[in-house]
Write a protein that binds this ligand. Structure first.
Ligand code: SF4
Length: 347
């Protein structure tokens, strides 16, 4: 049962530590809808997770071993989202369900505090935003992140956050408090600064301009923030002019670094993205078939070219030259590098 790790806690009647039933949480949790425009058509499944600090599988090439994901599914609804497939594990679909049926781990903060206090915990770096966005719209209502950040702060546990959400600024004081005690870093995901493309491919997100303002605000406040250009979408956001505009604006936002990741189309994301492409850019269907074939990745040569061009542009615009960041911990080892593209959904 794919809901195993989300089963009810022992306190909630599981008794045997497994939740005590074969009934998935989607049926045992509380389903809520809200009659406000921003949440219309959405259902939130409030569950009590048994554990929230989750280990990354050993075979993974992630540069960190631990993650916290207080939500499953994402109201940001990016058509290319690499996490779509994971919704199928919850017996929901990778398309509209992923955008509108959101699992909320309402006890996330208390679990994080308990798990960080456990004797076996070694204080390793924890990455957030690596599966779905922890600052998606639902966070405005559920406010899970302040409790999580407070727990990380109190444990002086290093962490990083990757997001497309501007809501992270709500928690800036907490981030600053944590940065006084440990290594804290952030990254915003901005694949392109083309407003027309944004409205079509990332309909639930703050605009790219807004995200870059978030980057600037975080850097000004001493929280080192980089820009992950993810994804660069072939034929739609990969022209030299588009790449240059994105890197230039990232540089203006004081990004500590900029890196690019080319769109990849694994099952789940692939079907949803290709349906979108057929509707909005039918003339690109054949070029995409040529570029991706039946696989998930654009050719290595294409990916290398995009990455190299973005690196060159970042050098030209002096990205990272006047690097600002957490002052209290400059002498500590650098935090892990940005996660490998193929293991991120938030791109
Ligand atoms: S790419 Fe990120 S922000 Fe967009 S839907 Fe997926 S998890 Fe949410």
């Amino acid at each position: 049962m794919r809901w195993d790790h989300l089963r009810l806690s022992e306190d909630d009647g599981g008794g045997d530590g497994t939740g005590g039933a074969a009934v998935p949480l989607i049926e045992r949790g509380v389903a809520r809808t809200f009659d406000t425009p921003e949440f219309r058509g959405m259902t939130f499944y409030e569950v009590r997770a048994r554990s929230v600090v989750n280990a990354v599988p050993k075979a993974s090439r992630m540069p960190f071993r631990w993650t916290i994901n207080p939500y499953r599914g994402c109201t940001h609804a990016c058509v290319y989202c690499f996490a779509r497939k994971t919704h199928e594990y919850l017996e929901m679909d990778a398309g509209a369900d992923f955008d509108s049926r959101i699992v909320v781990k309402v006890n996330a903060a208390e679990r994080v505090r308990a798990e960080l206090a456990a004797p076996r915990w070694r204080g390793e770096h924890i990455a957030m935003g690596t599966n779905v966005d922890c600052y998606q719209r639902a966070e405005g209502r559920y406010r899970l992140m302040p409790g999580i950040l407070a727990a990380l702060r109190d444990a002086a546990n290093p962490f990083s956050i990757l997001t497309k959400g501007s809501l992270i600024l709500r928690d800036l004081p907490l981030l600053q408090e944590a940065a006084e005690r440990t290594r804290v870093s952030a990254a915003v995901s901005v694949g392109s600064v083309d407003a027309g493309l944004w409205r079509l491919v990332e309909p639930g997100t703050p605009s790219p301009r807004k995200r870059l303002e978030v980057c600037a605000r975080l850097n000004e406040a001493g929280i080192g923030c980089s820009v992950l250009m993810g994804p660069v979408i072939p034929y739609l956001s990969d022209s030299p002019a588009q790449l240059e505009a994105a890197v230039r604006q990232a540089a203006e936002a004081g990004a500590t670094s900029v890196s690019a990741i080319t769109l990849h189309l694994r099952p789940g994301a692939r079907e949803w993205f290709m349906a979108w492409l057929r509707e909005h850019h039918p003339r690109l269907v054949v070029p995409y078939a040529r570029l991706y074939g039946s696989g998930a990745y654009a050719p290595q040569e294409y990916q290398r070219r995009i990455s190299a061009r973005v690196r060159d542009l970042a050098d030209r615009y002096g990205v990272g030259a006047g690097r600002r960041g957490p002052s209290a911990h400059r002498r500590l080892p650098a935090p892990p590098a940005a996660p490998a593209a193929e293991q991120l959904s938030l791109l």
